[in-house]
Design a protein around this ligand. Structure first.
Ligand SMILES: Cc1cc2nc3c(=O)[nH]c(=O)nc-3n(C[C@H](O)[C@H](O)[C@H](O)COP(=O)(O)O)c2cc1C
Length: 327
């Protein structure tokens, strides 16, 4: 096996295969097994800003202040909040006890607020990094261009001031000026960017004429978008690492992501479909064999070979099916 070590967001990884945040990583036992199967890091299931705040508010509202008094409501609010948070801290600590690979905590958030304080506790519990999954759908007529992006920057700025461990940002691909934003996030302290998050799939049931969820897991065809943007971002933003997430299913996908400048990949759907004990070793072996065939001894020797340059940017920018219109 070739030397597959890579560095991502300041973390030294034994190989580029990181397990994405999901229920695959919601117990220490599962994380231990993933390490045994070859994973180089785990991103723990997310704790949601909404989950923390809504759960707490709901419970507090349900409290009858005429019986318990206002202070009783406050107490319950704090209890529910801390209970959820404590479970998450326990997941980090338990995983750190059994794993030697880096453990990345994940926070799904949309605003800068009380969870920033919680992030310090995540750091103290032993997390090696924090991945922020910042999710905002720009659905308001009253929020102007750039305001959403400014919120991302504010959240990252606040968090990077609060903790010393590396902060990475998992983005959805609906962000406006992606390169501008990633450059700004790097300037405000983010060490890595994950391209991309998968939105909960919206669908419509035409029989019941109601809203429903689409297919939960993704496909290999999702990879293209991450490759395109990893190539563009790694070619122009220097102080931040990329990790492709979305559609990475095979060793070839890992090679493509690294060629496009990605330092690591995050895998999820493929592990819902196939066994990790098969998939991860196959990816590592395939990556190693490809390196052997091409004469590379380390990941760094070919990382970013196909990142966007002045000469190649037109391939990344080609978005219209021009020749097919004329075909
Ligand atoms: C069942 C399921 C649960 C997920 N839960 C989370 C989560 O809690 N936090 C998060 O940041 N991403 C979550 N994701 C998104 C994945 O981490 C990943 O970014 C996405 O599925 C794209 O990668 P893939 O094509 O390898 O699945 C989830 C995805 C799936 C399929």
């Amino acid at each position: 096996m070739k030397n597959l070590q890579t560095e991502y967001a300041g973390l030294k990884l034994k190989n580029p295969i990181v397990i994405s945040s999901s229920s695959l990583t919601n117990t220490a036992e599962k994380n231990f097994k993933l390490e045994q199967e070859g994973a180089s890091a785990v991103v723990l299931k997310s704790i949601f800003e909404e989950q923390i705040l809504l759960q707490a508010q709901k419970e507090a509202a349900a409290m009858d202040s005429s019986v318990y008094g206002a202070e009783g409501g406050d107490y319950l609010f704090e209890y529910v909040k801390n209970h959820t948070l404590n479970e998450y801290l326990k997941l980090i600590a338990d995983t750190k006890k059994v794993c030697t690979i880096p453990v990345i905590a994940s926070i799904n958030c949309y605003s800068s607020g009380s969870w920033t304080e919680f992030a310090k506790q995540i750091e103290n519990a032993g997390a090696d990094a924090i991945e922020l999954n910042i999710m905002m759908l720009p659905t308001s007529k009253d929020v102007a261009f750039k305001e959403y992006e400014m919120r991302f920057i504010q959240i990252v700025d606040d968090l990077c001031k609060a903790v010393k461990i590396p902060v990475t940002v998992k983005l959805a691909n609906n962000v406006g000026s992606l390169v501008y934003l990633v450059n700004a996030l790097a300037g405000h302290g983010a060490k890595g960017v994950v391209l991309f998050n998968k939105l909960y799939p919206f669908d419509v049931d035409i029989e019941k004429m109601s809203y429903t969820a689409g297919e939960i897991t993704g496909h290999n065809s999702d990879l293209s978008n991450g490759l395109r943007w990893a190539g563009i971002i790694s070619g122009s933003v220097k102080d931040i690492d990329c990790a492709v997430s979305g559609g990475v299913h095979t060793a070839e996908d890992v090679v493509k992501a690294i060629l496009c400048g990605s330092s690591a990949v995050e895998i999820c759907s493929v592990l819902y479909k196939e066994k990790a004990e098969t998939v991860i070793p196959q990816m590592l072996e395939g990556l190693s064999k490809w390196m052997e065939a091409k004469g590379y001894n380390t990941i760094d020797e070919f990382k970013g070979k196909l990142s966007a340059t002045d000469e190649s940017i037109s391939f990344f920018e080609r978005t219209q099916f021009l020749k097919y219109y004329h075909g």
